[in-house]
Design a protein. Sequence first.
Length: 255
Amino acid sequence: MSKIECRNLTKVFRLGSGNLEAIKDLSFEVNAGELVAVVGKTGCGKSSTLNIILGLEKPTAGRLAIDGKEPYAEFDYFRGKLSAVFQTDRLLPWRTVLQNATYALEILGITEVRRLEKARYWLEKVGLSGFENAYPHELSGGMRQRVGIARAFSIDPDVLLCDEAFGHLDEVTANKLRADFLNLVRETNKTSVFITHDIDEAMELGERVLVLGKPARLLMDVQVSRSIKDDHTKRGELKSRIIKAIESDEPAEHG
C-alpha cells in the first residue's frame, strides 16, 4: 500500500474576478521510505499540492490520502505525523535556537526534559551544537534553515515535506544543506516530498521526480537511479527531457 496516494486531485480557488484552477486531475503515489522530488514552473500549483498534503487546504475534487486517511478531513489525526521545512525558516525571533527547535514538541505536549533532549540531539545532527542559546538574528541564513530542519525532524514525523527549502541560499550553502538533508532522510528512512523549481536539485535529491504542468498535473514520473545521478551525459539528457515537458506543458511520451 502506498504511503501517499493522490487520485484525480483538483483544486480551484474562488477569486473575486473568477476562478483559478491550481491543480487539475493530478494523480501520483509515494511509497513508504521514498524521497520524491516535485518540479515545475513557478506558480504551477506545487505549493498548493503540498498544502493539501499538510491538510491546510481542502481539495475541490479528487482525493489525497496518507495511510488511507485524508489530512484535511482528519486534521487532528495527523498532529505530529507530518512535518515541513519551508523556504523561509519561520523561526520565532524572540526564542533561542534551542527554544525554536523545541517549539513543535512543546505544541505536541512533550515533557520539557524529553523535548530538550530531542532538540539538542537534532541540533547536534545538523551541526549547531554550541549555538543553542543564540537568537535567529545572530545566525546566517543557512544556520537558520538548519534550525528549521532540526525542528522538523525532532517530532519524528511519518512524512517530511519541503517547499523550496534551499532556493533562497547561495549555491555553496545550498549544496551543503542538500547533502546533509539527504543523509538525514536516508538515515531515518523518512517518506519525503521535496518541492522545487530547480531541476538539478530535483534530480540530486529525488529517487523519483514528478514533473508538473500548469495547472498542476502530471507530465512525467521518472526514476532517477544512482547511475543517472553520477553520469553527466545521462543526467543532461534527463534534464533536457524535463525541460521539454515543462516548456511544452504536455505529458512526456515516455515518463
